[in-house]
Write a protein that binds this ligand. Structure first.
Ligand SMILES: Cc1cc2nc3c(=O)[nH]c(=O)nc-3n(C[C@H](O)[C@H](O)[C@H](O)COP(=O)(O)O)c2cc1C
Length: 205
């Protein structure tokens, strides 16, 4: 397994943070160039363990992940790849693993709608992505997939929502991508400034 400091996982892609943040957060990004290497042994367990320790409303842990590694769950990998948008398929096929996050939508204790199912599933996915960065990999979430097709392809029952597809793997060079995608791979990383999204003391539209 490549070491995070020496791998290309975050080379030149660190977030230009306006205030000091944890280096691990700055090094996480969403690449499209993956090498096609399978995940290193033990990696998927470490990623899922990180997700496991996310906070959740009432500790209900409403997240699930369908895991399709390119070497171990080959058929599921192709099935998940098949429900991605054509644009996402073009690069995600080189990932070491494809995951589908799925959120429980109802409280299993009383059947009430679970307002924070997607929230908590996103929180678990964020921890999974940070753990990927920490071990020299990166994760790239995708909304560009057919959720109804994913539900039927994997037999996801009612009261569970497919949330995001996630490509995970070892980062490849931008040059391995077609020109348009390569340009996005090296474009400056940008964010809205804090004052645009944080309203101190009350809502300010
Ligand atoms: C829920 C979610 C859905 C996304 N969907 C896609 C997608 O379908 N295709 C894609 O190329 N990137 C997708 N992205 C990646 C975002 O474009 C990316 O996170 C954003 O541009 C910020 O870049 P960074 O993650 O490298 O900081 C998605 C990210 C998230 C969190």
């Amino acid at each position: 397994m490549s070491h995070p400091e020496t791998s290309r996982a975050a080379t030149g892609r660190e977030a230009p943070a306006a205030h000091p943040i944890e280096p691990l957060i700055a090094r996480r990004w969403s690449p499209r160039s993956f090498t096609g290497a399978p995940l290193p042994p033990g990696a998927i367990e470490r990623l899922l363990e990180a997700a496991r320790w996310a906070a959740s409303s009432n500790n209900l842990q409403p997240w699930h992940f369908i895991v399709a590694r390119r070497d171990a769950e080959k058929e599921a990998f192709e099935r998940l790849l098949g429900v991605l948008s054509p644009n996402n398929q073009s690069w995600a096929r080189q990932a070491g693993a494809l995951l589908l996050s799925v959120a429980r939508t109802h409280n299993p204790n009383n059947g009430n709608p679970l307002r924070h199912g997607w929230h908590d599933t996103g929180a678990a996915t964020a921890l999974l992505a940070l753990q990927a960065t920490a071990i020299g990999l990166q994760a790239h979430a995708m909304a560009g997939y057919d959720a109804a097709a994913a539900r039927s392809a994997f037999g996801i029952p009612e009261r569970f929502d497919p949330v995001a597809a996630i490509a995970i793997g070892e980062v490849g060079p931008p040059e391995a991508l077609p020109e348009a995608l390569a340009a996005r791979e090296t474009a400056p990383r940008q964010r809205r400034p804090i004052e645009e999204f944080a309203f101190f003391g009350g809502w300010r539209g």
